[in-house]
Design a protein around this ligand. Sequence first.
Ligand code: ADP
Ligand code: MG
Length: 311
Amino acid sequence: MTEFELIKRYFARPPKRALLGVGDDCALLRPDAGLDLAVTTDMLVEGRHFRPDADPRLLGHKALAVNLSDLAAMGATPRWATLALALPAADPAWLEPFAAGLHALAERYGIDLVGGDTTRGERLTISITAIGEVPPGMALERGAARAGDDVWVSGELGGAALALAHPEIASAAERLHAPEPRVELGERLRRLAHAAIDVSDGLAGDLGHILERSRLSARIEYARIPRPRAFQALTDPELEKNCVLSGGDDYELLFTAPQPHRAEIDALAAELKLALTRIGTLVPGDARLTVVDAGGQPLEHRGGYDHFGGR
Ligand code: ADP
Ligand code: MG
């Protein structure tokens, strides 16, 4: 199979919204009149983000999902994506399911894969750039939180990290390998939230980014943070705390919103059939994160994940 046969067979699909998709020197995109473009890139590297034997269909899903999660955290609607692939070999048994997982998620949201680059490389490396649209002034920037805002989180936290410690727990493994980008939630939060971020490096680290950029502190009630039921049976409070506060890869949305929006956010949760939980409050102060236990006592925690600092 030549490079061009590979691209044609697995990745070239007629675009639905792009003026020109795969096959020319560039794709041509026309955003809806007056909308801003939101652009993000995320890379998955074999050995770093996934094991060599990872299920290719799930990898195709996850490589796009992590990018859609970033767009959602900005309040942007996903429209287009490009894919840069470094492959050790052109293996149809890998390419076929990988492309199927990627195209399935793209189709769900009407996203066109409009281009990319394909090369041989020692290690499988998957880099996707996703482009979305957002009305001017409506993007959910990290620096836009205000003192007095509630801190909310979607879904549950800690499941993906739990899967690293206990791969036999199926519900946790699903969270790690097949994350659901909160696309609809991100769009709906444009009107309701001040700031948002997706939880890729752990609650403590990611909330820390909002606090630094917004120059605020936060008080989070540990017991309120929603987490998988699987933790109950494990009775390992230290592992639970590390997963819930510092575990990455959950791709839930963490957002801050003014208190008068509580009822509307609760109604949105019911409509989207997605738990939205208030876990704390933003207070004036210099980017200090205080996590308190049920008795109001501060809890020690490790902070978030850093690719160069480790945990
Ligand atoms: P160029 O030489 O201009 O870089 P390429 O020969 O690398 O173009 O790619 C040919 C066409 O296929 C281009 O339109 C490019 O965007 C697209 N393409 C290459 N690799 C991929 C891929 N993995 N997924 C989607 N489109 C791809
Ligand atoms: Mg090229």
